[in-house]
Design a protein around this ligand. Sequence first.
Ligand code: HGY
Ligand code: MN
Ligand code: MN
Length: 419
Amino acid sequence: MTDFQSLRINGDRLMQRIEDLATIGPHEGTGSCRLALTDEDRDGRDLVVTWMKDLGLEITIDGIGNVIATRPGILDGPPTLTGSHIDTVATGGRYDGNLGVLAGIEMIETLVENDISTRYPIGVAFFTDEEGARFPPDMLGSLVYVGGLALEQALEVEGIDGAILGEELDRIGYRGAAPCPGIPPRAFIELHIEQGPLLEDEGITIGAVTGVQGISWTEYSIKGQSNHAGTTPMHLRHDAGYVAARIATEARDITERMGGRQVATVGRMQFQPDLVNVVAREAQLTVDLRNTDESLLANAENQMKSCISSLAESEGVTIDSRSLARFEPVVFDTEVVDIISETCSQLGHSSMTMPSGAGHDAQMLARVCPTGMIFVPSQNGISHNPSEHTDREDLIAGANILLQSILTLDAKDLPGVEQ
Ligand code: HGY
Ligand code: MN
Ligand code: MN
């Protein structure tokens, strides 16, 4: 085995690929809009698969459109895998997900050009529909990959635009033949931007991520009665718009009552008939609740449930709720987290351990193999916003930590995997 510790990725090549991928589905300056399974997602997939093919990697596409590109090792067996996603939210940045996939490709190209063999196969993947913004839940592709959602059920998911997931997958030509669930990798490490302010606030370059907080997405559909805005006395109204607004303020109130790490977001809200002088007959909204602690997340959900039932009664409306996503908090493999931290000190980068506020494919892979994540700072903690930015030297530092961590994992016999 060559001494690999002096190996570094080619930063210019990584930055160029980030730039090239960002030309597909550009949005408001430096941002990206490549919602899952749209034409833009297809074009992004085609470009990344071309880069994978140019490296001579063996490419598999499974029934939900997850793409895994693998370089053989000296020994056979499941790959030590890295990867993330290349679909984005509609007002996304160019680093969310894309960094992890492109750094994985750069890592493998560095091994190829230095003619370094690894013990086991090394792979890089992009998973379908990580964002869940068009087709809920988020991390849909990796959830199917690890057997957490049946393929048939996933293919039937209806998007917020009324499209059916399986039909869109066929339309863009990415329904593959490889089976779902997929073969568990030896281990999985995902490089990702932090998407929050902690690393920048601490002046730290790398986050060795300890786990991912729990996620609860619910869609509420409220049915009231449309009526005249001027003539209807207040006590006779069944105002779906008012009820939606009360649910939204309750989401914020729950976080203020609970404090700690409880967060809540109302990202979508619609009224019908949506006219200035008509009491809303119907309304729909989504509530995203998250917490690092499962019992606290359940507590937040219960507070919302009691608010919903008292509003239905007091306002004389019906409120139907539909769960769009529900994932418990995940703790990553401590050995993988330690490898990432040790690699940072070997390469001279500051690091700290931290939980992830955002959901990631790694939280699904953690169900089937030793898993960890590497974070790099987000400027002003901004993400899911076209102005999302991470400095070049931090991106390159993250990619080098990924390279060295994956090679360290390759050299190790992993308990429960090799013996
Ligand atoms: O929802 C999330 O946290 C991720 O961006 N999909
Ligand atoms: Mn992401
Ligand atoms: Mn995201």
